[in-house]
Design a protein around this ligand. Structure first.
Ligand SMILES: [Zn+2]
Length: 248
């Protein structure tokens, strides 16, 4: 019996020894913690959440408006490396604006996607943060009336990689995606362009990075529905955008 006990303990030691290096490696490479904000616009919920949860090395918490903005508060924000916006929302009070800006000043990243371009139309700083402005209504800008921005579903969009050396686009070549296009929005000239298209119903610039108060910001226009989520290039872009914005 004593001998048997020694054998069992010996085997246990071998099992623990072989398990420990894996545990150590996992601890030294914890997943990127992403806060995902949704709400205010319909989408293929299950497929989108499955796509997010399938991104390698990313752990996601998903919050829907009106509860999402509470996650920007000081006591909550520390749990995250990066925020992913897939919402379509206008309501934001002064405290939430301050928390959003502080999120970025603290160096946390932002990945804004698809219809989140049209968020917070009455808050000019949002345009400074994401580097674009979508017009949901006719708007006077420097005395010039801007036309309504446009959208079109079910377009086969040719996507060109404008900077193949950037970490967000690394490993990607030009591709096509079945998606929705947006047009007639304004973009900031100081954006760093990652993705463009020649599709006529779309703005030419459809993906970029920028810096805001030391934070890394990415905008990706792609991602209308399950057909876009299923596109491997979209998944790679989204995963690499989250990693880069999180400074990981
Ligand atoms: Zn859409």
């Amino acid at each position: 019996m004593i001998q048997l006990k020694h054998i069992v303990y010996g085997l246990l030691g071998v099992v623990l020894a072989s398990a420990c290096p894996r545990a150590t490696a996992a601890d030294s490479n914890p997943p990127i913690r992403a806060l995902v904000v949704v709400g205010g616009h319909g989408f293929d919920t299950n497929q989108f959440y499955a796509t997010l949860r399938g991104l390698p090395g990313v752990s996601v918490d998903i919050y829907e408006h009106p509860k999402a903005q509470a996650q920007w508060e000081a006591g909550q924000a520390g749990r995250y490396d990066v925020m992913v916006l897939y919402d379509f929302y206008q309501k934001i009070d002064e405290a939430a604006k301050a928390n959003f800006v502080k999120w970025l000043k603290d160096g946390r990243g932002l990945v804004c996607t698809h219809h989140a371009m049209a968020n917070y139309q009455a808050w000019p700083e949002y345009e400074n943060i994401i580097g674009a402005r979508y017009y949901l209504k006719k708007t006077l800008v420097n005395g010039v009336e801007k036309p309504l921005s446009t959208w079109k579903h079910d377009v086969m969009v040719p996507v060109k990689i404008a900077d193949a050396d950037h970490p967000v686009t690394r490993g990607l070549k030009d591709f096509e995606i079945h998606d929705e296009t947006y047009g007639l929005y304004d973009v900031r000239p100081d954006n760093h362009w990652l993705l463009t298209t020649t599709e006529k119903t779309s703005h030419e610039k459809i993906g970029w990075t920028r810096s805001y108060e030391g934070a890394r910001v990415v905008y990706l226009e792609l991602g209308h529905d399950h057909l876009a989520y299923a596109n491997e290039h979209y998944q790679k872009l989204l995963g690499q955008a989250i990693r880069w914005a999180a400074k990981k």
